[in-house]
Design a protein around this ligand. Structure first.
Ligand SMILES: Nc1ncnc2c1ncn2[C@@H]1O[C@H](COP(=O)(O)OP(=O)(O)O)[C@@H](O)[C@H]1O
Ligand SMILES: [Mg+2]
Length: 252
């Protein structure tokens, strides 16, 4: 077993002195090593908060996150993060962005350069080593962001709506790209989205969250081989069922 979420509870003090804002309510979950797990839930339900807690960027009110037997307290490098906004450093080139984490970690230049170049090749970024983020398309920027995370070999990769700001064609292409990477590397990936289509295309498990405070309301196991045909009857059936479960939640 790789990652365990144990009785996670998170609340924020209300600014007006009313009762606290409860964001997560008793989240219990176990992510097996090498699985691609997607948490899906309505906007504002607490998905980003959950990922930030798992990354150790945010404290829980109660409960524990345990990664391979060790409680997480913000250990850099063990958990990799990819966010919706590319968050690349605009003053750094593709190569320098991908090298960034290794540099912080103290990996000598003679090692980090070939490692970064290897990712550039694998990620179809050859020829763009010296380009700055503004000179890259959205899809390329997000590939740089993913490369920058994976080059660190994190134990778990957390992805918070990483494709949300891409047009639908680029988004589909990046989803296919991510499935390819996952199949090669067997990463443990915890992915967050509010897009049912994306969840069905990518995931081994799909965990449906309620409106805030987020509770787990369903856990689907998806036994369909990858890469998947988005238009297949099996994908459609699953989409319909997830939409039904989400639809039972009051939005607004
Ligand atoms: N620092 C904070 N203080 C108070 N409330 C917060 C804070 N951060 C997030 N929230 C609240 O937590 C809820 C969940 O936010 P978030 O995790 O970003 O949702 P999601 O990613 O699912 O859209 C929101 O209602 C938001 O207002
Ligand atoms: Mg969010």
């Amino acid at each position: 077993m790789s990652l365990e979420l144990i009785h996670l509870h998170k609340e924020y003090a209300s600014k007006t002195g009313d009762s606290p804002i409860v964001v997560l309510e008793d989240i219990n979950y176990r992510v097996a090593a090498g699985q691609f797990v997607t948490f899906i839930g309505p906007s504002g339900c607490g998905k980003t908060t959950l990922l930030r807690i798992i990354a150790g960027l945010e404290n829980v009110s109660s409960g524990r996150v345990v990664l391979r037997g060790e409680e997480i307290t913000g250990q850099a490098g063990k958990v990799g993060l990819v966010f919706q906004e590319y968050a690349l450093f605009p003053w750094r080139t593709t190569l320098e962005n991908i090298e960034m984490g290794l540099e912080i970690r103290g990996t000598p230049k003679a090692e980090r350069r070939p490692a970064a170049l290897d990712y550039i090749r694998q990620f179809g970024l050859s020829g763009f080593e010296g380009h700055y983020p503004r000179e890259l398309s959205g899809g390329m920027q997000q590939r740089v962001a993913i490369a920058r995370t994976l080059v660190l070999n994190p134990r778990v990769v957390l992805m918070d709506e990483p494709f949300a700001s891409l047009d639908s064609q680029t988004r589909n292409a990046l989803q296919e790209f991510l499935v390819g990477i996952w199949q090669q590397r067997n990463e443990t990936i915890l992915f967050v989205t509010h897009n049912v289509d994306e969840a069905v295309f990518l995931s081994d498990r799909i965990v449906v969250l309620s409106q805030r405070p987020a509770r787990i309301i369903r856990d689907f196991e998806v036994n369909l081989s990858k890469p998947r045909d988005r238009t297949s009857a099996a994908c459609n059936d699953l989409r319909r069922e997830i939409l039904r479960v989400l639809g039972e939640q009051k939005v607004l």
